[in-house]
Design a protein. Structure first.
Lengths: 153, 154
């Protein structure tokens, strides 16, 4: 498969079963990637409140960070004239990930965006926040280090 | 806290087999197939069976770190519930996970969590995710939880 940036973006996450399992979708504008955790009753961790499971929201942030990193790498591989060659570099690997829970997640959709603070030769440092009704009121925030795939090895 | 109250919060399925009790009271844990293997004061052991739906890297079949995050979070929270403070419920404040190596495909992933300190308000927990031995970790975690009591006073 090959094609445009849109084709590449759609293919980037479609092949990962866990992203489908969790119900995460992505939108993009240029290099800006927004994750969307589509609400489902299976995401609940505390049925009494009810609140989203901290593991699900933490995983959502990790997926958003990984996808944002993978998309930046994919954009670099795509030259403007040649488009997408149908392949991706190997995925970055999470080294560490620290999640701060700021508010309980309501039983509704959530959104997340990552900021790549540094993308070095081997390691990237990424911050990511998720919100529900208001972008300015995140309910989970995280930061992590990721090991980047090495060219030719 | 009586054991009945504990079960109200996270009742495992009494019909489950020797691989532990399916965590039916927590919808997301149930969806992951998460099982409570054992619990004792300040400690809990849980497990997620290997499931192709949880693959993070289709090239290798390795389980996604996010599923291990959910396992560690739930296991840590359960260790806090098993602490001597006997909270009515608990919520994660922060959770840090260090990944040592990828999980091996086809193998269940276990987690052991220890609430090594609990104040009236906060529980501090360490946890390890592993296949066969805690000495060969897939990931380690460090977490803090807020403790909630009946009537809302902390």
């Amino acid at each position: 498969m090959s094609g445009t940036q849109d084709d590449a973006f759609a293919a980037l996450t479609a092949k990962i079963p866990y992203i489908t399992f969790l119900g995460v979708q992505f939108q993009r504008r240029g290099d800006e990637v927004t994750g969307q955790l589509v609400y489902a009753p299976e995401l609940i961790g505390n049925p009494m409140l009810p609140a989203l499971h901290g593991g699900a929201t933490g995983a959502f942030l990790e997926i958003t960070a990984l996808t944002s990193l993978a998309w930046v790498a994919a954009l670099e591989r795509m030259s403007a004239d040649q488009g997408w060659d149908g392949t991706f570099a190997p995925q970055p690997k999470t080294v560490d990930f620290t999640i701060d829970y700021l508010r309980s997640g309501k039983p509704q959709d959530a959104y997340a965006r990552a900021i790549i603070l540094r993308r070095g030769r081997r390691i990237a440092n990424v911050r990511v926040e998720a919100w529900q009704e208001e972008r300015g009121k995140p309910f989970v925030a995280a930061h992590g280090h990721f090991l980047l795939p090495q060219d030719g090895g | 806290m009586s054991d009945n109250e504990f079960k109200d919060w996270m009742a495992p399925d009494p019909q489950a087999g020797e691989d532990g009790l399916l965590m039916t009271a927590i919808p997301h844990s149930r969806e992951l197939g998460m099982r409570l293997v054992s619990r004792e004061p300040d400690e809990a052991v849980m497990m997620i069976p290997y499931d192709p739906r949880l693959i993070g890297d289709p090239e290798t079949g390795v389980m996604h770190g996010g599923a291990i995050t959910a396992l560690l979070d739930t296991c840590c929270g359960t260790a806090v519930m098993m602490s001597s403070k006997k909270p009515a419920s608990t919520a994660t404040l922060d959770l840090r996970i260090n990944y040592m190596r990828p999980a091996t495909p086809e193998k269940p992933v276990y987690a052991h969590a220890h609430c090594y300190r609990a104040t009236r308000s906060v529980g501090f927990v360490r946890a390890v995710a592993y296949h066969e031995s805690r000495d060969d970790p897939i990931a380690t975690a460090s977490a803090a939880f807020i403790l909630n009591y009946k009537g809302g006073k902390a």
